[in-house]
Design a protein around this ligand. Structure first.
Ligand code: KIV
Ligand code: ZN
Length: 515
């Protein structure tokens, strides 16, 4: 008998996106959704439509564009939520309504002020309504692992009777442990009449660092859908990391005889795509996709590796899309080599995009000798932006030091020509931003400023992420350069250009450029 199939339900764009620092605008969500579709996840949870117009627009756009995976939209068991979720999904090729209600006494008493009987009624009504709209309905019992087990049996019995096709048992607060979670899944399978008609799903948070382990224990106990996120992003300590669950199932097929449909060789690229979009770097020692996940430092390990890779490697880096040597191109590489390398990285650039990428590449190769894959990903994801550049950076100069007030001189190109301004500030970045404000006529309030290195070496490319408020509206921007002041002003201008794009674009498109 072949291995049983585990469905991978990705909630990066919903549970992941709602965590601090991970918010994405519409373009970014679409970019991530395309990558998830290429990765061949079974389900993309695209958002929580009733939560905001931006969430609604994202679910709608992803449903329109991603035709292969199931597209799920989250909603409470409240009619207006369910109807809004369905409206957002109306153009989906394979829609799923995902409705949820908390079932633990803690949540029922302190959050919902509902009795268990009232909760059962809400579940029956919510799932019944969803079922009149679409055949594929998932019900989640929020905080299931802290709910009374006998009550959970009643909850899932009602959801199943009302027509739910997927029953999700979330460990909402990352509280359970593998052995207990396994017993819970067995208990439900034994006690809920007809449960075999539905798919049992698990959704684990990582508060105790057990999310992947708990998910695997549940799979062994009979769950057939795992909800997870790329890089494990999500509320608080995050969700089960997709790449960890998928690779554990793949590497330990001997003891976990299951398979997923995931294209594992795209795991690293998917992780990088998300990190580039959100600016949340992957921790170096992160399993599967961290920078050090396949690095062997100790002499004794290196010796073992040279003798035979299996001494210290349980999977090859290539199996998850990490190249052993990621040094790829240099100053003398031509357009053809660049296009080919982008293709290998999964980006088929059209002529205009390639022209733009090549310009950025030659500029970068003047600044640094070795161009790594990470540099190319930064070029393709940051440089080839679809936000029109009303203001383009020509030059920037800043002086700063311990004994002097920082000053900056910035020249920008606009539609009507070039303009230059000087400004002083509290540090060079602040001075540069003040000069840009004078040139654009806007006044930005810097809310967040993050910088990280996207490649290696002393001449590494630094990437800057800013969150700036203009007239009370937050806009995100990013910029990359080997010079941190240069990267900062590019990030700031990226946010400025989004303001102009938003103001020129009629609503609801205006919200697309925000955040
Ligand atoms: O953690 C949780 O319980 C959730 C549900 C809405 C599925 O995210
Ligand atoms: Zn969750």
């Amino acid at each position: 008998m072949g291995a049983q199939r585990i469905a991978i339900f990705d909630t990066t764009l919903r549970d992941g996106e709602q965590s601090p620092g991970c918010s994405m605008n519409l373009d970014e969500k679409l970019q991530m959704a395309r990558q998830l579709e290429a990765l061949e996840v079974d389900v993309i949870e695209a958002g929580f439509p009733v939560a905001s117009d931006d969430d609604f627009a994202a679910v709608q756009a992803i449903a329109r564009e991603c035709r292969r995976p199931i597209i799920a939209a989250l909603c409470r068991t409240i009619p207006k939520d369910i109807e809004r979720a369905w409206e957002a999904l109306s153009e989906a090729a394979r829609p799923r309504i995902h409705t949820f209600l908390a079932t633990s006494d803690i949540h029922l008493t302190h959050k919902l002020q509902k009795t268990r009987a009232e909760a059962l009624e809400m579940i029956r009504e919510g799932v019944t309504l969803a079922k009149t709209l679409t055949a594929d309905v998932e019900f989640s019992a929020e905080d299931a692992t802290r709910s009374d087990w006998d009550f959970l049996v009643e909850v899932f019995t009602v959801a199943l009777e009302a027509g739910a096709t997927v029953l999700n048992v979330p460990d909402t607060v990352g509280y359970t442990v593998p052995e207990e979670y396994s017993r819970l899944i067995h208990h439900l399978r034994k006690q809920v009449p007809g449960i075999d008609r539905a798919t049992i799903s698990v959704h684990c948070h990582n508060d105790l660092g057990l999310a992947a382990a708990n998910s695997l224990a549940a799979v062994a106990a009979g769950a057939r859908q795992v909800e997870c996120t790329v890089n494990g992003i999500g509320e608080r300590a995050g969700n089960a990391a997709l790449e960890e669950v998928v690779m554990a199932l793949s590497v330990r097929r001997d003891t976990l005889p299951f398979e997923t449909g995931i294209r594992k060789e795209l795991l690293y690229r998917t992780s990088q795509t998300l990190a580039n979009i959100t600016g949340i770097e992957v921790q170096p020692n992160k399993a599967i996709v961290g920078r050090n996940a396949f690095a062997h430092e100790a002499g004794i390990h290196q010796h073992g590796m040279l003798s035979h890779r299996s001494t210290y490697e349980i999977m090859t880096p290539e199996s998850v899309g990490v190249r052993r040597s990621s040094l790829v191109l240099g100053k003398h590489s031509g357009r053809h080599a660049l296009a080919k390398r982008f293709e290998e990285l999964g980006y088929a650039l059209d002529r205009v995009e390639l022209d733009k990428a090549y310009k950025l590449f030659t500029k970068l190769s003047d600044q640094k000798k070795e161009i790594f894959d990470e540099d190319l990903l930064a070029i393709v994801q940051d440089g080839i932006t679809h936000i029109p550049e009303v203001f383009k950076l020509r030059t920037v100069q800043a002086t700063a030091g311990t004994a002097v007030f920082a000053t900056a001189l910035v020249t920008l190109a606009t539609e009507t020509g070039e303009a230059t301004e000087t400004a002083m500030g509290d540090g060079p970045v602040n001075a540069v931003f003040a000069a840009v404000d004078k040139l654009t006529g806007l006044s930005g309030r810097l809310m967040d400023f993050r910088v990280h290195s996207v490649s290696r070496g002393a001449d590494a490319v630094g990437e800057v992420f800013v969150q700036v408020e203009f007239d009370g509206e937050p806009y995100g921007g990013k910029g990359a350069s080997t010079d941190i002041v240069d990267a900062s002003v590019r990030a700031y201008l990226n946010a400025v250009n989004k303001v102009f794009f938003a103001r020129r674009t009629p609503k609801p498109g205006a919200s697309e450029a925000r955040r």
